[in-house]
Design a protein around this ligand. Structure first.
Ligand code: ATP
Length: 364
């Protein structure tokens, strides 16, 4: 029996539409080869250009499309030139996180043989860990609510037991899955600053409580400053890292740097009922419309979507298609002959995506 999934597509601004089109083509090609799942895509207009045209950045109808979908694929939203009247940027992706309670930001950091990285890896060494960033509270809870007077400014960080417990269970389940697949060691590290802030001592205490439910996995802690150092010095030791929103925001860009830039950094924002899959990069207006954007982070995000849907609905072919898609991208990267400019090549968006499609067809 074919199980069909509705995918809400936010192609957004800048390079968004250019990287969305080939990604959907690849997903359709994968699904066409399978008997047990199908994908239907519904476009959801939103973003800065939409705001400039209509005065709405996230129309109610688009929010409904997102809410009713089985998963949400999002390219990039926001343009520096288009702002709300108070001067802030248009970021409907942040509204989606809050509206749909997407508390777990999943940021894989992966470096395979042949992939350009600023780190010096010895022969055969690779990097494969996942950063899980709480995405609805922490210091970002204060967004737009900070108190600023002439002489001082204050922002308040929020850590709740309810969200932290959900987050830590998510992290341990994720580590368990990675261990079962042979990609992880079954280890979760709580990244905090518990030696200085009471809020982080509270965060750590909740982590330790949840860790007791997963006694078959390894649970440990690291301070955020030491984690930043180790991400550069010995990143191959990590498995699953879980942290507060602002720490996660910063560390995930460090992760992207390790991976040779934003062009290979996928992400997922996951809640109990909904999930958004989007590249870590923004709308890159400086290269929009030129056909040179790297589609790989978007394609890798789509691979995470297949993995998440397949795991949730127990469809093995969908999980293996997710892995197939991810491996195809890394094969093209390792091969090195069809790379976009940001990765040191000369190819355009379409050629890079086509190379991934060829890999998939070759593996069928
Ligand atoms: P945001 O704040 O919306 O995350 P940003 O200001 O951090 O965005 P990006 O839009 O991610 O910036 O762009 C940062 C730089 O990286 C730009 O020079 C852009 O051209 C480049 N860049 C981003 N994404 C890609 C991509 N997919 N392919 C090639 N270059 C990219």
């Amino acid at each position: 029996m074919v199980q069909s999934f509705e995918i809400a597509v936010f192609e957004g601004d800048g390079i968004g539409p250019e990287i969305t089109a080939p990604t959907i083509r690849i997903l359709e090609a994968l699904a066409k080869q399978q008997q047990d799942y199908g994908l239907a895509f519904s476009k959801a207009p939103a973003g800065a250009a939409h705001y400039a045209q209509t005065g709405e950045s996230l129309p109610v109808a688009s929010m409904e499309t997102a809410r009713n979908a089985d998963a949400i694929l999002l390219a990039a939203m926001g343009l520096p030139s288009v702002r709300y009247q108070d001067g802030t940027e248009i970021s409907p992706q942040l509204d989606l996180r809050i509206e749909l309670d997407l508390f777990a930001g999943v940021r894989p950091v992966r470096v395979v043989q042949g992939q350009p990285t600023p780190l010096k890896l010895s022969g055969g060494q690779s990097i494969d860990f996942v950063l899980i960033r709480e995405s609805t509270e922490g210091l970002f809870f204060s967004m737009g609510k900070g108190a600023v007077s002439k002489d001082e400014a204050r922002e308040t960080l929020l850590i709740t037991r309810k969200t932290s417990e959900k987050l830590f269970r998510f992290a341990f389940d994720y580590a368990q899955q990675r261990k079962a697949l042979g990609t992880g060691k079954g280890r979760v590290t709580c990244v905090d600053k518990a030696n200085v802030f009471r809020a982080f001592a509270f965060f750590r205490e909740i982590f330790d409580g949840v860790a007791k439910e997963y006694s078959h996995l390894i649970a440990d802690h690291a301070y955020v400053d030491a984690t930043a150092l180790w991400m550069v010095e010995k990143p191959w030791l990590f498995d699953v890292l879980v942290t507060e929103n602002m720490f996660g925001d910063i560390l995930s860009d460090l992760g992207a740097g390790i991976m040779g830039g934003l062009g290979l950094a996928p992400s997922a924002d996951i809640g109990l009922n909904h999930a958004v899959f989007q590249p870590c990069h923004g709308s890159a207006p400086d290269i929009a419309g030129k056909g040179v954007a790297n589609p790989f982070a978007m394609i890798l995000s789509a691979a995470m979507m297949l993995d998440w849907l397949g795991t949730k609905h127990n469809i093995e072919t969908m999980v293996s298609d997710g892995a197939k898609l991810r491996d195809a991208v890394y094969q093209v990267v390792a091969d090195g002959s069809v790379l976009t400019r940001d990765l040191g090549g000369t190819s355009g968006t379409e050629a890079a995506a086509e190379a991934v499609l060829e890999q998939i067809t070759a593996r069928a």
